[in-house]
Design a protein around this ligand. Structure first.
Ligand code: PMP
Length: 439
């Protein structure tokens, strides 16, 4: 049975579509669907209502530095070595996967969900942790979080109160330091060595200060890229057991290792002391905001309740996309691809540094991850070096941000996930600046 529609209604409908930019009218030919609508991958450029500026000040806080890096993303001429942003590529299939995820589980997607996250995703993550890392956890030990940053906040809030002592590596992830500072936690920074934090000093401070938590980035550490050795891990766990001190193990760079890394501390944990944190930010894409934590014993339920209090749960849509991406086999392939290109970039950056940096400069040679940590002689005018580099559109991080007391030796962190051309150009610029100041 046909339905009569008034011609005027149709014309009106088309003019609404035209006003929304979805169709264009062509004189004498009719209406045409705009190209942008036809291509699912249409928008790769970011839009902002802010003016694009090259940072003139040199990121003085975690917040400043993060904002500088966001600005730099909008400006193709700026080479940003500062940020912890990975530069994902080869994700062309993600839009298709996302559409499939949306249609397959639409009834679940459109409602509220469990605070600990979707069962399917928790089970997939548990399986990956078991086969990749030997970490035997069940879906009931997992909480899906809004990036691992939220997992950090939840764990800090669960274990710490204002005035407590916490132990961190020195240097350490500045995003963690920033949370601890805001919470009024007193931070002890234990110097980082080639195989992990100095255990003698750790022992000393465990005895003298009775800290409530040890925070460690055990594998491909941020900012140094160092992986804590197997023997160090065993000793760290036995010290934590001896002093009954919980450990927060942040494994944000898992999956980006060029060679197998030692098993996580959580694998060695027999007393529910370790909370383990992971994320899809570095291994897939940060914008997805999907991270997770593994917790055992009585702590699990308490952390799930805390998650509920914070934001109920992570978006069902992003969880479904992550889940579908894993199920399709794309994730495993993507990681192989990412490791290959990151390895090339890592090698290229080290090669360029050898060529351009003065001999008094030292740096770490990481086994994956994103970062190379550069240590400079004590007299280096870091502020000037950073500002001169920024003036030539090369951003380097303020090394001091990674030290809990804001002091420490002159240093900066380099992110090697750039194009090879940017690595060559940026390191040559930095090398020239350093030579002028370290002659
Ligand atoms: N932990 C570490 C060590 C990091 O370097 C980062 C990001 N730079 C995070 C946690 C937070 O990442 P996300 O919230 O995107 O998972």
């Amino acid at each position: 049975e046909s339905v009569q529609v008034n011609k005027l209604t149709v014309i009106e409908a088309y003019s609404v579509l035209e006003a929304d930019g979805l169709v264009s009218a062509k004189q004498g030919a009719g209406y045409f669907v705009n190209n942008a609508m036809l291509s699912p991958e249409r928008s790769s450029t970011l839009e902002t209502d802010q003016e694009v500026v090259i940072p003139s000040k040199w990121g003085e806080s975690f917040f400043d530095q993060y904002m500088d890096s966001l600005q730099a993303q909008l400006h193709p001429d700026v080479i940003d070595f500062t940020s912890g942003f990975p530069r994902p590529s080869g994700l062309e299939d993600l839009a298709k996967i996302a559409r499939r995820a949306m249609t397959q589980v639409a009834d679940v997607l459109f409602s509220y969900d469990f605070p600990q996250g979707q069962f399917t995703l928790r089970k997939q993550v548990a399986q990956m942790l078991a086969w990749k890392l030997g970490l035997e956890a069940s879906a009931d030990n997992l909480i899906i979080t809004n990036g691992s940053k939220q997992a950090l906040s939840l764990a800090f809030q669960y274990y710490l109160r204002a005035g407590d002592w916490v132990i961190v590596e020195c240097p350490t992830y500045h995003g963690a330091i920033a949370i601890l500072e805001k919470m009024g936690i007193k931070v002890i920074g234990i110097p980082m060595q080639n195989d992990g934090m100095n255990l003698e000093l750790l022992h000393q401070y465990l005895r003298s200060h009775q800290p409530k938590l040890i925070y460690t980035v055990s594998t491909l550490h941020n900012p140094t890229g160092i992986t804590t050795s197997q023997s160090h891990r065993r000793e760290l766990i036995s010290l934590a057991e001896k002093y009954n001190c919980p450990i927060l193990e942040d494994n944000a760079y898992e999956g980006l290792n060029f060679e197998p890394a030692p098993a996580p501390l959580k694998v060695l944990d027999r007393s529910d002391l370790v909370t383990y944190i992971g994320t899809f930010s570095k291994s897939l894409m940060p914008g997805l905001r999907v991270g997770y934590m593994v917790s055992t014993g009585k702590h699990y339920q308490a952390l799930v309740e805390l998650k509920l209090l914070h934001d109920l749960h992570v978006s069902t849509v992003t969880q479904a996309i992550a889940s579908e991406y894993i199920a399709s086999g794309h994730y495993r392939r993507h990681l192989n691809h990412l490791r290959t290109i990151n390895h090339q970039r890592h090698d290229r950056m080290l090669q360029a540094m050898e060529q351009h940096f003065p001999s008094s400069v030292r740096w770490t040679v990481p086994n994956g991850g994103l970062f190379i940590w550069v240590q400079l002689p004590n007299h280096t005018p870091m502020q000037i070096v950073g500002q001169e580099a920024a003036a030539q559109q090369v951003l380097i991080g303020r090394g001091k941000l990674f030290f809990p007391d804001g002091q420490g030796y002159p240093a900066f962190r380099l992110n090697f996930s750039q194009s090879l051309e940017d690595i060559d150009r940026g390191i040559a610029i930095l090398g020239n600046i350093l030579k002028q100041h370290l002659a």
